[in-house]
Design a protein. Sequence first.
Length: 121
Amino acid sequence: MRYNILSLGMVAVSAAVATAGPFGLIGRRGQNGGQPVQSTQQGPVRTVVAGTFSSAQGVANHMANILRIGHFGGNSGFEGVGCGSTPQQAEMSCCYRNRWQPREVGLAQGRNGMWYACCRY
């Protein structure tokens, strides 16, 4: 009887771990239903539909939409992603940013106020 309860408890803990954290299995869909996110890139403001991963700006917009950082593909080289309370902090928190000069940078602000950055090298 104790083994059944113990094994049931271990299954429950495993299920909780699978759904917890910023990259959990539940809730991967954007919070605003895939609606366009406004770009905050310098220059003219444009709207990019979330899910356009062929550019660093598209990835930044998607991360701002889902309020999580991650690598989503669509890049032939190296990519670093990061977030911060300012655009500069977000860009400098990207992987490899302190070592390499990016060829493309995308920045977007999420509805939580955080800035999301994608640097492509």
